[in-house]
Write a new protein. Structure first.
Lengths: 590, 254
C-alpha cells in the first residue's frame, strides 16, 4: 500500500514559506562571508567593523583614482585627442576593477560552494536544494555588487564627467544626455568586467567540483585558489601598456590582446559610450562573446556542481588520510619552541585562509618589486651589486615578515585553544620568548635563504655575503619590531575587528619604502667602501640590540601574559576607590 | 586531595555556581552530578584553572591552586565535555604537541604515545587528520592527552561520550585502577548507571548548589531509595517527568 507522504498535519511547503526560507537563508549566507567563530567575544559577533573597513578601503582607492581622473582632465586639449588620451586611464580603472573583483572571488572562494556544516544542518530541514542554491547565489551577487559599487563610488561619476562634452551652463550639464550615456556605459562596463572575472573563477571552481571526487576537489581547490591569485597579480602588473590606437591595431599585438580581457572591456566601454574607433570594435565584440561564454558556462557548471556537491558532502569525507612521510618536522629549539614552530608550520601549510592571507601580503611585496624591476634603471647589469635587487630583497623581507606576523594574529579553531591554556606549565616570559621562534623560522629564514641562493649565484661572493649580513640584520630588526608587545601564540587568540588603522598602515608603508630606498643607496656605496660598510653594520647592530632589548623587556615584565582573548582597550579607568576604605564598590548588574 | 571551599562563579551577576564546597580524596572516584545547566562544567573549568572563581578557593593537596598554577597544571589531566581539537593536525601530531607543551622528555613520550595509541585502538589512524575522526576517536585522543603525563588529579567531564562499548568498559576499569593507585579522580557524567558502578562518592549539584555530598551507600540508606537514579531524581530533577513528557507529546500534536 502506498503511504501518503503529505497529510493534513504535514502539508507541502507553500510559496510564502519558500520566500521566508529564502530570506532567512540569504541573510545567513550574506553575513557569514566571514567566519564569526574567529571573532573575539568582545566583538559580540558583530562583523560590521570588519566589513566597514573593507568598504572604506575600496572607497579610499576609488576617491584617489577619482581625484587622479579630475587631475588628468585637460580642457585645452581637443576633445577627440583627449578621448583617445584617456584610454590609458580607462584601462587602468578597468584592470584595477578586475583585480579587485578577482581578489574578492579568491577571498570568498569557500563561501560560494556549499559548506559541510550547512548541509548537515539544512539537509535535515524541509528546505529545497533550489532554495538553498538561490539564496547562496543571491548572497554572493549582493557581496559582489557591493564590492563593485564601493570601488566605483567616485570614479563612476568623475570619469563620465571628465569625458563628457563641456557644458555652457549648469542646466546643460544636468540635461546633457551624453553625460548619462557615459555614466551608464561606465557602470555597464564595470559590472560586466567584474562579472566576467567573478564568473571565470566560479566556473573553474564549478568545473573542478563537477569532474573530481570531493577530496580531490578540496586539494586541487587550494592549488587553484593560489594559482588564480598569482595569475591576477601577474597579469595586472606585467601586462604591457597597449591603450593607444596604434598599439591596439598593430598585428604583432593581436595575439596578446586575445588573452588580455581588460582591453576587451576597454573596447566595450568605447562602443557603449559612442566613441567608436576601428581599433576597439573587435575588442568590444570579444568582450561580449567572452562574457556570454563565461556567463553561460559558469551558470551550467556552477549549478550542476552545486547540487552534486550537496550530495557528495554527505557521502565523502572532506580530507583523506595522510601518510607518515608528510608529517615529520625537525626540532626548532626547546620543546616549547618546537611545539609552537611545528604548530605554526602545519597551520600555514594546511589552512587555506591563512595561506591566502599570507599570499596577499607577499603579492603586495612582489607587486612593488615587479614595478621597480620594470624601470629602465633595473634593466641594467644584474650581475653586479645594483639598487633594484637590493631594494627587492628588502621589500620582500618586509612583506613576508609583516604578513606572517599579521597572519599569526588570525585564529584557527578558537574552541580548541584550551589545550594551550591547560598545558601552560611554564612561565609567561618563557612562552613569549618561544613565540618569537615561529616568526624567525617562517619569515626571516626563508627570505634570507632564498636571497642567499640568488645573490651568491649571480654576484661576486664578497658582495653577496656583505649584503646578506645586512639583510639578516634588517630581518631581525623587523621581526623584533613586529613582536613588540605581541603576546599571542600564533593562531590561537581571538580576533577583534576594528583595531587596525589602515590609513596609518598605508602611511607607514610609504615611509618604510622611502627608508628602504635611502638605505639601498647607502648600502650600494658602503659595499664598495669598507669604512662605510662597518659603520652601517654598527648602526644596524645597535638597532637590533635596542629593539631586541625592548621586546624582551616587555615580554619579561610583570604584566606579561599569554593572550588568548583580544579585548578592546578599557574606556573607563578604574580608580580603585573603596567604600569606607574597606568594602569594594561592586558594579550594578542590570 | 582536591578541596573546594565555598566556590562561587557569577556571570553578569547571575550565579552559575553558588557556594560549592566538597572534597575529592585520593584513592577514590568522586562523581560530580547534576542536570543540564546546574554548573558542573563551570566547576570543572574552575578546577582546571581555565576560568577564575568569583569567590571561594580551590585547594589541591592543601595548597590554593592559584598560588602556583603552573605546578598544579603539571599534575592535572582534563578531559573536557566537548572534543574540541585542532582538526588540521593528525592524532599523533596533536599528542606529540601536547607532550612538547607539557615539557615531557621527547623519546619517552613518543614511546608512551605509541603504546597508548595501540591500547586505545587508534594506532592505525594516527596519521589521519583529526577532522576525519569520529566522535569516539576524538574522545580517545582527549583521553590519551589527559593521561600522557601521569597526572595526580584526573578531571573527567563526560569521558564516555561517543566511545564504543569495548573502550567504554576499558575506561571504566581504568578509572577504578587509577584511583586504586592513589590518584584523585573527579568524574562528571549523566550516565548514572556508570557513575553508580565506578564512583564511591558522589556530589550532586542543582541550580549551582550542592544538594548531596556523600557515599552512594550512605545516600541509599539515608534516603531509603534503591538506586542512584532514584536519589538523583528526588534531589535534582524535582519534576514530574511523566507529566512533562505527556505535555510535550500533547503540544506537538496540537
Amino acid at each position: 500500500m502506498m503511504t501518503k507522504l503529505f497529510n493534513d498535519d504535514h502539508p507541502p511547503v507553500s510559496d510564502d514559506r519558500k520566500t521566508t526560507q529564502f530570506r532567512v537563508l540569504y541573510r545567513q549566507f550574506l553575513f557569514r562571508m566571514v567566519d564569526l567563530e574567529l571573532l573575539s567575544a568582545s566583538a559580540r559577533g558583530d562583523i560590521s567593523k570588519l566589513l566597514g573597513q573593507f568598504a572604506a578601503l575600496l572607497l579610499f582607492l576609488s576617491s584617489w583614482l577619482g581625484l587622479a581622473i579630475l587631475g588628468f582632465w585637460d580642457s585645452e586639449m581637443p576633445r577627440e585627442a583627449f578621448i583617445i588620451n584617456a584610454w590609458g586611464m580607462e584601462h587602468l580603472l578597468i584592470s584595477t576593477m578586475m583585480l579587485v573583483v578577482g581578489l574578492f572571488a579568491i577571498l570568498s572562494w569557500d563561501s560560494t560552494v556549499p559548506d559541510r556544516r550547512d548541509v548537515l544542518v539544512l539537509a535535515l530541514l524541509p528546505v529545497r536544494a533550489r532554495t538553498l542554491f538561490l539564496a547562496k547565489v543571491a548572497a554572493v551577487a549582493t557581496s559582489l555588487g557591493l564590492t563593485v559599487a564601493a570601488f566605483n563610488a567616485f570614479t563612476g561619476f568623475t570619469l563620465p564627467l571628465a569625458l563628457a562634452p563641456t557644458s555652457a551652463s549648469l542646466l546643460q550639464l544636468i540635461l546633457s544626455p551624453a553625460r548619462y550615456r557615459l555614466i551608464a556605459a561606465y557602470w555597464i562596463t564595470m559590472i560586466s568586467a567584474g562579472g566576467f572575472i567573478f564568473c571565470s573563477v566560479l566556473g573553474v571552481q564549478g568545473l573542478a567540483a563537477q569532474l573530481l571526487a570531493r577530496s580531490q576537489f578540496l586539494r586541487l581547490s587550494a592549488l587553484l585558489q593560489m594559482a588564480a591569485f598569482c595569475l591576477f597579480l601577474s597579469v595586472y602588473f606585467l601586462q604591457p601598456s597597449l591603450a593607444t590606437p596604434h598599439a591596439l591595431m598593430a598585428a604583432q599585438n593581436q595575439h596578446l590582446l586575445a588573452w588580455l580581457p581588460s582591453y576587451w572591456f576597454l573596447g566595450l566601454f568605447q562602443e557603449l559610450s559612442g566613441f567608436t574607433h576601428p581599433a576597439v570594435v573587435p575588442l568590444a565584440w570579444r568582450a561580449l562573446t567572452g562574457l556570454a561564454i563565461v556567463g553561460l558556462g559558469t551558470a551550467v557548471a556552477y549549478a550542476l556542481s552545486y547540487f552534486r556537491t550537496l550530495r557528495k558532502i554527505v557521502e565523502e569525507p572532506d580530507i583523506v588520510a595522510g601518510s607518515r612521510r608528510h608529517h615529520w618536522l625537525p626540532p626548532f629549539g626547546n620543546s616549547l619552541e618546537t611545539a609552537l614552530v611545528q604548530f605554526s608550520v602545519r597551520t600555514l601549510l594546511r589552512s587555506r585562509q591563512h595561506r591566502m592571507m599570507l599570499a596577499f601580503y607577499l603579492g603586495i611585496g612582489f607587486a612593488i618589486v615587479i614595478l621597480f624591476m620594470r624601470t629602465p634603471r633595473a634593466q641594467q647589469q644584474l650581475s653586479a651589486a645594483n639598487a633594484p635587487l637590493l631594494f627587492s630583497s628588502f621589500v620582500i623581507m618586509c612583506a613576508w615578515v609583516v604578513g606572517t606576523r599579521i597572519v599569526f594574529s588570525m585564529p584557527l579553531a578558537l574552541r580548541a585553544n584550551w589545550i594551550f591554556r591547560l598545558t601552560e606549565v611554564r612561565s609567561a616570559p618563557e612562552y613569549l620568548a618561544a613565540i618569537r621562534r615561529p616568526l624567525f623560522v617562517l619569515a626571516v629564514a626563508p627570505v634570507w635563504a632564498a636571497s642567499a641562493a640568488l645573490f651568491l649565484s649571480i654576484w661576486p661572493w664578497r658582495m653577496a655575503a656583505g649584503h646578506l649580513v645586512v639583510l639578516g640584520l634588517w630581518g631581525m630588526i623587523l621581526a623584533y619590531f613586529c613582536l613588540l608587545g605581541f603576546q599571542k601564540i600564533p593562531f590561537t587568540c581571538s580576533y577583534l575587528p576594528g583595531k587596525s588603522f589602515l590609513h596609518m598602515a598605508f602611511l607607514a608603508a610609504l615611509g618604510l619604502l622611502l627608508l628602504i630606498g635611502k638605505g639601498v643607496d647607502f648600502e650600494l656605496r658602503a659595499l664598495h667602501d669598507p669604512v662605510s660598510y662597518a659603520t652601517m653594520l654598527v648602526i644596524l647592530g645597535i638597532a637590533v640590540v635596542l629593539v631586541r632589548w625592548r621586546t624582551v623587556a616587555l615580554a619579561t615584565s610583570d604584566e606579561a601574559f599569554v593572550q588568548f582573548e583580544e579585548a578592546p582597550p578599557t574606556e573607563v579607568f578604574v580608580l580603585g576607590l573603596y567604600r569606607d576604605g574597606v568594602l569594594p564598590i561592586e558594579p550594578r548588574s542590570n | 586531595m582536591l578541596e573546594l571551599r565555598k566556590v562561587s562563579k557569577r556571570f553578569l551577576g547571575i550565579a552559575a555556581v553558588d557556594n560549592v564546597s566538597f572534597r575529592a580524596r585520593a584513592g577514590e572516584v568522586t562523581g560530580y552530578l547534576g542536570p543540564n545547566g546546574s554548573g558542573k562544567s563551570t566547576t570543572m573549568k574552575m578546577i582546571t584553572g581555565l576560568i577564575e572563581t568569583t569567590s571561594g578557593e580551590i585547594l589541591f593537596d592543601g595548597e590554593r591552586i592559584q598560588r602556583n598554577l603552573i605546578a598544579y597544571k603539571q599534575r592535572m589531566g582534563y578531559v573536557p565535555e566537548e572534543p574540541h581539537l585542532y582538526a588540521h593536525l593528525s592524532g599523533l601530531e596533536y599528542l606529540v604537541m601536547v607532550g612538547q607543551l607539557r615539557a615531557l622528555a621527547a623519546k619517552h613520550t613518543a614511546e608512551r604515545i605509541d603504546r597508548l595509541l595501540m591500547l586505545f585502538a587508534l594506532h592505525g589512524d594516527q596519521h589521519a587528520p583529526i577532522s576525519a575522526y569520529s566522535k569516539g576517536m576524538r574522545q580517545k585522543v582527549l583521553l590519551i592527552a589527559a593521561l600522557l603525563h601521569n597526572p595526580d588529579l584526573l578531571l573527567l567531564d563526560e569521558p564516555f561520550s561517543g566511545l564504543d562499548v569495548g573502550t567504554g568498559l576499558v575506561l571504566r576499569s581504568l578509572i577504578q585502577e587509577l584511583a586504586a593507585r592513589g590518584k584523585v579522580v573527579l568524574f562528571s557524567s549523566h550516565e548514572l548507571e556508570t557513575v553508580e558502578r565506578v564512583c564511591s562518592h558522589v556530589v550532586i549539584l542543582h541550580r549551582g548548589k550542592v544538594v548531596a555530598d556523600d557515599s552512594i551507600e550512605s545516600l541509599r540508606t539515608l534516603m531509603a531509595l534503591p538506586t542512584l537514579e532514584s536519589i538523583f531524581s528526588q534531589l535534582a530533577v524535582q519534576q514530574d517527568t511523566a507529566a512533562i513528557s505527556r505535555e510535550i507529546a500533547d503540544l506537538i500534536q496540537a
